[in-house]
Write a protein that binds this ligand. Sequence first.
Ligand SMILES: Nc1nc2c(ncn2[C@@H]2O[C@H](COP(=O)(O)OP(=O)(O)O)[C@@H](O)[C@H]2O)c(=O)[nH]1
Ligand SMILES: [Mg+2]
Length: 226
Amino acid sequence: MPLGTVALVGYTNAGKSTLFNSLSRAGVLVSSKMFATLDPTVRAVRLPSNRRVLLSDTVGFIRDLPPGLIAAFRATLEEVQESALILLVTDISNPHHTEQDAEVEKILKELGVADRPRLHVLNKIDRLTPEEAAAVNGNQNSSRVSGLTGEGLEALLRRIDEAMPVDPLLHLHFTLPLSNGRAIALVHALGRVLHSEVRDSTMAIEAEIPESVARQLRIAPEPTLA
Ligand SMILES: Nc1nc2c(ncn2[C@@H]2O[C@H](COP(=O)(O)OP(=O)(O)O)[C@@H](O)[C@H]2O)c(=O)[nH]1
Ligand SMILES: [Mg+2]
């Protein structure tokens, strides 16, 4: 059961947050409560194949970001850098969408993720006339959708399923500090916890978790005592 993180990126107003909400509804939200309290921009979503992925919303990409903001901006985009798959969301109804995508592309390069597996999401297809919509060429790496009406979302979820790299489950014993609620929630949402036990201020866990999650949380296997 391969797993990982899918990051939504795109210019401000492209419809990322709307898609974040409609995709997590369409994809059967899991562990919503656990995540809502920890990080409102990350949700676990089940794909048509039944595997789970984390979907991550990001702040808008704006033109000419002041240099002073770049550090803060980078920090919020850590999720993008650690993602297995990037969804580049375009407002296809905006006459400047080509320019906007070029700006986003620059930032993806800056973040060092220009080569990350990617799907292009042509959003707001509902705002086009049938003639305009027909002229928008979808291809293997692009999906025409409307985050507002839900059109194309099931097909997009299937694309995501196909595009996610294989991410094997590892059977690990490890401990996490109880103060690291985010990590504990991640392990429970994306892995299969076989045993857990609170010891002082840590949680000792035996679980099957995806390799990507182990890497992200820097969980190293602990020698099991014979
Ligand atoms: N017509 C239409 N409007 C949309 C669609 N997706 C988003 N919007 C609208 O576009 C605006 C920006 O959406 P939002 O999700 O906040 O964009 P973000 O800045 O990329 O997160 C909002 O007014 C949304 O209601 C869509 O598929 N169709
Ligand atoms: Mg948003």
